[in-house]
Ligand binder design. Structure first.
Ligand code: GLA
Length: 683
């Protein structure tokens, strides 16, 4: 056969083949009732690690759950989210879900959730390695958008290789669906540069106990050099005119009103500070930095000092950011291979001995205080922390004394291995500890006991130590956290820098909102902006609008604001995000209320927070996949009636003056974004 004939025959074969394929497709299309998930475009999924995989696990192996292999499916990694546009054309979604066997030897946990139009339709419960695949079957009549989400199961997303296998839709005859991710990716700056004239920022109320060392930094934006003064300072306090640091001691309980002043070449600015000397501290949510979300087990005194230096150099200190908090891994570890963590756990007298990266805790505290900042650390009521370092079990009094002696101002106290104490296994392997860590805390007296104990010892110290409870929201901690001396309490499992993590945390906050008040804050976990990564540094995977929403909501929630990023890698966007004084004022508002969601319009959730001056901060938060473009007039739902001026807090400008009975406000809220407005009565 000539070359020409060969080519021609191949062409003819190809044409015949095409006809057969097209024919088959035609028949298939007409009768199509099943659409497999793996036939859809999966690249729009967001996930905690790797890329979305078709018919393979995240590490490119055959999908395998508890020894059983599967040909078809979607291999992902928590936190994971895939949105499918069904437009009401699917009737049923079925799948099996589980953790892939490829992570043998690790301790992953994850929860698979199906949302239909933002409502939770199904959840697997927390699954662990070796659990047999769990069947999922969800009726979908009328559902427009389906989200397949996987959370980290409450223990971080380490090795959470998660599989949706045999996943398919029964349809009304259509043979495909679109997947969708319309979230904008280009960062944009909203916070205007502060004026050259001085402007005092930060908290307007400060709590201290009689006799405790007083440290309050008057912070301000504006050109330097700047000088500070205070009139009405009670006896026992003095202000450093160059730095604005107020120090000393108050011996008598009472309310003291002080007028602060900041002055530079361009002018001067005065503001009131109310000092409440009594038994309450943390009267506004703590603001600062914590080492965990960036350094995790790689934290060191040197890194902590550098973070403190950056807090000053970056100018963040001028906006009220105060605490420099060391998380887990300043203590010695029971079984780490890293020799710098393998020293004596305690000395002969039982005093805790920091690891070799933290040779001088007092020196470190003095250094941080010298910058005008405050310093915090971390422990567990159990024998071991979540990372397997030594905890405070049976040494609570001694530890509280050590913290005070070193000069610490803040303790995060993390449940971790306390579950083992309840189960009578105080000296168990610290890794088993983490699997038990969520158990045993549901009985309220058991849950309260270890926190009460440490709370009492902290109160006995001759300095004020902010007490941050961390037990992930067990036994409705918001109902009793204050009674054990807690200034804040985590309401959720650990956050990660993914939309699904932020969203699931946000949707869970209203239940505890009524319990927030000055000195007692709900803590939806630390901030995930900037370069984060728990030892694997990367830019936050949250998109710019998601980050605006994250900061806005944490401010509306009166949540502690703890920056979790590498402070030496602050970029312009992150810095801008963290230096908007009008947004920070919402967080620091002295009334101390927590916003709740008062109205939903489709995927738009509207959060309202009452402020001390009678105005209201309102967050129009778009949780959907389409821009919300509406004319809004339900002002009575926001509790607003009368003539109001409306200020856009991110842009720091007045945008409307509205009579609420007749007026309308046009809203254009970006996908996963927010408009944060303040409504102030005009007359
Ligand atoms: C838990 C906490 C985290 C962090 C780690 C440290 O997971 O929730 O915030 O403190 O422990 O091991």
């Amino acid at each position: 056969m000539s070359l020409k004939n060969v080519t021609r025959n191949i062409r003819l074969d190809a044409i015949a083949g095409l006809i057969i394929i097209c024919g088959l497709m035609g028949i298939d299309q007409l009768s199509a009732q099943t659409v497999w998930l793996d036939q859809l475009e999966l690249s729009t999924a967001t996930q905690g690690y790797g890329i979305p995989m078709k018919n393979k696990s995240i590490d490119n192996n055959t999908l395998t759950i508890a020894g059983k292999t599967f040909e078809r499916g979607f291999g992902s990694h928590s936190e994971s989210s895939l949105t499918v546009l069904l437009e009401g054309k699917a009737t049923l979604f079925t799948a099996q879900v589980g953790i892939d066997d490829e992570v043998k030897g690790q301790r992953p946990a994850a929860e698979f959730i199906v949302y239909g139009d933002n409502k939770k339709l199904w959840s697997s419960g927390v699954m662990r390695l070796g659990d047999a695949a769990r069947p999922c079957s969800v009726k979908l009549e009328g559902v427009q958008k389906l989200e397949l989400a996987v959370t980290d199961g409450g223990n971080g997303n380490y090795y959470d290789h998660v599989d949706w296998v045999d996943a398919r839709f029964e349809t009304n005859g259509v043979n495909t669906f679109k997947t969708y991710s319309p979230v904008a990716t280009v960062p944009y700056i909203l916070t205007p540069a502060p004026p050259a004239e001085p402007k005092i920022t930060g908290a307007k109320v400060f709590g201290v106990r009689p006799g405790s060392p007083f440290q309050f930094l008057v912070t301000a934006t504006g050109d330097r050099p700047m000088s500070f003064s205070a009139s009405g300072l009670p006896k026992g306090l003095k202000i450093n005119i160059q730095t604005g640091l107020i120090t000393g001691k108050l011996s008598k309980a009472g309310t003291y009103l002080i007028i602060l002043e900041a002055k530079n070449a361009k002018g001067k600015f005065q503001r009131k500070l109310r000092v409440e000397c009594g038994d309450r501290i943390a009267l506004t949510p703590p603001m600062g930095w914590n080492s965990w979300n960036c350094f995790a087990n790689e934290v060191s005194a040197d890194k902590v000092k550098r973070a403190a230096d950056e807090m000053v150099k970056s100018g963040l200190i001028n906006h009220g950011w105060t605490y420099i908090n060391i998380d887990d891994f300043w203590e010695n570890n029971r079984d780490s291979k890293d020799q710098s963590l393998r020293g004596k756990l305690r000395d002969e007298a039982g005093n805790i001995v920091p690891n070799s990266r933290f040779v001088d805790m007092k020196g470190l505290a003095d250094y941080v205080h010298g910058l005008g900042l405050k310093i915090g650390l971390y422990s567990s009521p159990g024998p071991w922390t979540c990372g397997g370092c030594v905890g405070s079990y049976d040494h609570e009094k001694q530890d509280a004394e050590s913290y005070a002696k070193w000069g610490f101002d803040y303790l995060k106290y993390d449940w971790c291995s306390y579950g083992n104490v309840i189960n009578g296994l105080p000296n168990n392997d610290p890794y088993k500890v983490s699997s038990l860590s969520y158990n045993g805390g549901s009985e309220i007296n058991t849950a309260m006991k270890p926190f009460k104990l440490m709370g009492e010892y902290l109160r006995q110290q001759p300095r004020d130590i902010v007490y941050s409870l961390c037990q992930y929201g067990m036994s409705d901690v918001w109902k009793w956290g204050g009674s054990v001396g807690g200034n804040s309490w985590r309401t959720t499992n650990d956050i990660t820098d993914t939309w699904s993590s932020v969203k699931s945390i946000v949707l869970d906050q209203d239940k505890s909102a009524a319990y927030a008040k000055p000195g007692n804050w709900n803590d939806p976990d630390m901030l995930v902006v900037g370069t984060v990564g728990w030892g694997n540094p990367h830019k936050s995977k949250l998109k710019p609008d998601e980050q605006y929403l994250h900061i806005s909501l944490w401010s509306l929630f009166s949540a502690p604001l703890l920056i979790g990023c590498d402070m030496e890698k602050l970029d312009d966007f992150t810095l801008n995000l963290l230096t908007n004084d009008e947004v920070i004022d919402v967080n620091q508002d002295p009334l101390g209320k927590q916003a709740t969601c008062v109205q939903t319009i489709g995927d738009l959730r509207i959060y309202v927070k009452e402020l001390e001056d009678g105005s209201r901060a309102v967050g129009f938060c778009n949780f959907g996949f389409e821009i919300v473009d509406i004319s809004y007039k339900d002002f009575d739902k926001l509790g607003i009636n009368g003539q109001f001026k409306v200020r856009d807090l991110w842009r720091q400008k007045e945008i409307a003056n509205i009579e609420t009975k007749t007026g309308q406000l046009s809203l254009k809220v970006p996908v996963h974004g927010v408009l944060l407005y303040k409504f102030t009565l005009v007359k």
